[in-house]
Design a protein around this ligand. Structure first.
Ligand SMILES: *[C@@H]1O[C@H](CO)[C@@H](O)[C@H](O)[C@H]1NC(C)=O
Ligand SMILES: *[C@@H]1O[C@H](CO)[C@@H](O)[C@H](O)[C@H]1NC(C)=O
Ligand SMILES: *[C@@H]1O[C@H](CO)[C@@H](O)[C@H](O)[C@H]1NC(C)=O
Ligand SMILES: *[C@@H]1O[C@H](CO)[C@@H](O)[C@H](O)[C@H]1NC(C)=O
Ligand SMILES: *[C@@H]1O[C@H](CO)[C@@H](O)[C@H](O)[C@H]1NC(C)=O
Ligand SMILES: *[C@@H]1O[C@H](CO)[C@@H](O)[C@H](O)[C@H]1NC(C)=O
Ligand SMILES: *[C@@H]1O[C@H](CO)[C@@H](O)[C@H](O)[C@H]1NC(C)=O
Ligand SMILES: [Fe+2]
Length: 626
């Protein structure tokens, strides 16, 4: 049976401005509550769709003028902590370390606490012997209102060849990874906990479960591509200061796979590999944020750790069951998705999921690095979630999260997601997705509500928040900029995959995007699209379709659908105010947390029901035929 989506609740987002009075009031209230005063500096005018803002790369922040235009130049100071740095080291005598909190699970009252014990080990291939985790009993001592309960969990380890397939010579055996599921917690309550094993207990941590009634205002922290540099720490500390009730983390965690085959000391130092100890360092660095606030995440490309995978990946791989080096292995073992209560390290359990935050916010988490086309398991699951399982009268908000952004204007990863969107955008539109959260592109970009490259009050707002501070640096160039280091050629004309530009790829029937992504695409997917020049300055698009004088691959200035873009590091905060209103603020690291570089109020208006309903009907009919 298909559930009916109430038409009176059909949804649209429009952009409203913060009035000056409203700002002043927020400021006073904020100060009274002892919270951070947010100065909203980007005001949206009476016609929200007319708002467009571009901040260009600041040479002082990335280190030089040339660094703004040459991604080969590393951004200044943006390096991972030395593995011996106290910020990322951990005790190896059996004390718990790297504690994180995951949830809420789909029932809204279950959470999970995860941590590590002991050290990893590294040794010649097939010589490392895993400890007997089956005989271990990790526990969480959970205290609420003076009453303590002991919850027992599961311990596991994972092993993977430490180097690339070509040079397999070392194994990495993880520390013991512990997961304890905490069912039936009281909503909206403060809990303290200690974790441990064999009487070796941690310090005491505190967190608050998400409320299920009177949930507003609810603060949701947004991060992605966070990594483990000094810049990551700034993002982390600003995020903590923003006091979110929950963190949505849109993937790319440790960047362990940015390290060379032979060493953990130098990133980008040779053929691809993965430095698994970087996952351990990462767990330590993020504990202060993740042990005290529940986190839900999606997997990014850096979770695949493709290098060394002994498997052929095809668009229709449905279950991973390879002899060695599973994709997503470190991620699945360490940060299983909410919903899992056993068999934690099984990658097949951890690729996509949906959960409900505070009873009102449905979050559907997809994986664009796993088979997603029609006929795949992810597809059947996702369209069922979107067409049948979502009921707006129960959960007024619908957020979809996956790593790679469909709509952004940065040079790197431009238009990588056209295939994915050709499969899913109509479902998003018909279901009335309010917001799509993405990372991957190391910059901030917010779109107006949109659909198929055009502003559309009935479409979703796309937020790219991939600027958490990772070692690869902020992205700095927009496709519509000219490249002064290359005779002012447009960056658009420098775009290339398979050694060719968009037209050549189109002619050759090739896909647009890196192989680890196109490998999961439906084989016949159209991945290269062209649009008319709907940009702030109009004019001719920068790279025209070979057979058209009006359709372009990139526009010649910020596209009309792009509201605010800025190539800097930071984090986001969604403050959900009611069933129909939320504010989105983006907090750049360089401003500190006292002011926000983008702030906007998003509010539902009516008027999309007809359009939605007919599309929904059509898609449901199609899905029944499949
Ligand atoms: C554009 O955003 C920047 C911060 O990213 C801000 O300083 C500037 O005032 C904004 N411009 C407008 C016109 O809102
Ligand atoms: C990263 O941190 C370094 C050191 O504090 C700083 O110089 C640099 O500007 C930061 N980078 C960005 C993009 O914020
Ligand atoms: C890491 O720090 C140690 C101690 O300060 C130092 O000896 C070592 O050279 C550093 N390694 C790198 C790669 O910077
Ligand atoms: C943890 O194990 C690694 C790899 O075997 C080793 O280099 C490191 O010294 C160990 N750490 C401690 C604190 O013993
Ligand atoms: C992958 O593993 C299988 C089974 O162990 C083995 O036969 C095959 O040679 C391996 N392939 C590569 C490329 O290592
Ligand atoms: C590129 O454009 C800038 C700004 O218009 C101009 O100052 C510069 O001379 C141009 N450089 C080249 C190589 O044409
Ligand atoms: C240009 O070529 C594409 C692909 O071959 C085709 O789909 C499109 O209809 C053509 N457009 C025009 C304006 O001829
Ligand atoms: Fe990424």
């Amino acid at each position: 049976m298909l559930k009916h989506i109430s038409s009176s609740n059909a949804i649209v987002l429009v952009l409203l401005s913060f009035s000056v009075a409203c700002l002043a009031k927020r400021g006073e209230e904020g100060a009274k509550r002892g919270e951070i005063v947010r100065k909203i500096i980007a005001e949206v005018g009476p016609s929200a769709f007319n708002y467009h803002n571009t901040t260009l790369c600041n040479p002082q922040i990335v280190g030089s003028y040339d660094a703004c235009f040459n991604s080969g130049i590393r951004a200044v100071g943006n390096v991972d902590y030395n593995l011996t740095d106290p910020m990322v080291t951990f005790p190896v005598g059996g004390e718990p370390w790297g504690v994180s909190l995951t949830g809420p699970y789909p029932d809204g009252v279950t959470y999970r606490i995860s941590w590590q014990t002991g050290n990893h080990s590294i040794g010649p291939l097939d010589t490392l012997v895993a400890p007997d985790t089956a005989s271990m009993t990790p526990v969480v001592i959970l205290t609420h209102n003076g009453k303590s309960i002991i919850h027992k969990g599961t311990a596991l380890t994972y092993k993977r060849a430490y180097t690339s397939a070509a040079l397999q010579s070392l194994d990495y055996l993880s520390p013991v990874i512990n997961h304890v599921v905490l069912p039936n917690l009281k909503p909206g309550k403060k809990y303290t906990y200690m974790v441990g094993m064999d009487s070796m207990l941690s310090k005491s941590y505190t967190f608050k479960t998400l409320p299920l009634i009177n949930i507003y205002p609810l603060r949701v922290g947004l991060t992605a591509d966070i990594g483990q540099t000094v810049n990551s720490t700034v993002t982390r500390d600003h995020l903590i200061a923003s006091k979110p009730h929950i963190i949505l983390n849109v993937g790319d965690f440790s960047y362990a796979d940015d390290y060379s085959v032979t060493t953990c000391d130098s990133p980008f130092g040779g053929p691809g590999g993965t430095c698994q100890p970087r996952w351990d360092a990462f767990a330590t660095l993020w504990e202060p944020a993740w042990s005290t606030t529940p986190v839900i995440s999606s997997a990014g490309n850096h979770e695949i750790e493709y290098s060394g995978i002994n498997a052929t990946l095809s668009p229709y791989d449905q279950v991973f069951s390879y002899p060695d080096n599973y994709p997503f292995l470190a991620w699945s073992s360490r940060y299983p998705v909410p919903g899992i209560v056993s068999d934690f390290g099984n990658i097949n359990n951890n690729l996509y999921y949906a959960t409900t935050v505070a009873g009102k916010i449905r979050v559907i988490v997809m994986n664009n690095y796993y088979a997603f086309g029609p006929g795949t398991m992810q597809y059947s699951w996702a369209i069922d979630e979107l067409l049948n399982k979502f009921d707006r009268s129960v959960t007024p908000w619908l957020i979809v999260m996956f790593h790679s952004p469909p709509y952004h204007t940065l040079f790197t990863h431009y238009k990588e997601m056209d295939c994915f969107m050709s499969v899913y955008e109509d479902y998003f539109y018909a279901a009335g997705v309010d917001m799509v959260l993405n990372g991957h592109v190391h910059a901030y970009e917010r779109t107006h509500p949109m659909y198929k490259y055009e502003e559309d009050t009935c479409g979703a707002v796309y937020i790219t928040i991939g600027d958490g501070g990772n070692i690869e640096g902020p992205y700095r160039a927009f496709v519509d900029q000219l490249d002064p280091l290359n005779n002012n050629a447009s960056f658009c004309s420098e775009l290339s995959y398979n050694g060719m530009g968009p037209n050549e790829n189109l002619a050759a029937g090739k896909m647009w995007g890196p192989s680890y992504q196109t490998a999961w695409n439906p084989p016949t997917c159209q991945t290269i699209t062209f649009q008319p020049s709907t940009s702030v300055n109009g004019g001719a698009p920068l790279v025209l379709m070979t057979n058209s004088s009006t359709l372009g691959f990139c526009q010649n200035s910020q596209p009309l659908w792009s509201a605010h873009r800025d190539p800097s590091f930071g984090h986001g905060i969604l403050e959900i105010l009611s069933d129909t209103e939320m504010t989105m603020t983006w907090n750049r690291n360089i401003d500190g947390i006292m002011s926000s570089a983008d702030g906007v109020k998003l509010s539902r208006v009516s008027g999309c029901d007809g359009k939605r309903k007919s599309m929904l009907k059509k898609l449901r009919r199609q899905s029944r035929k499949m």
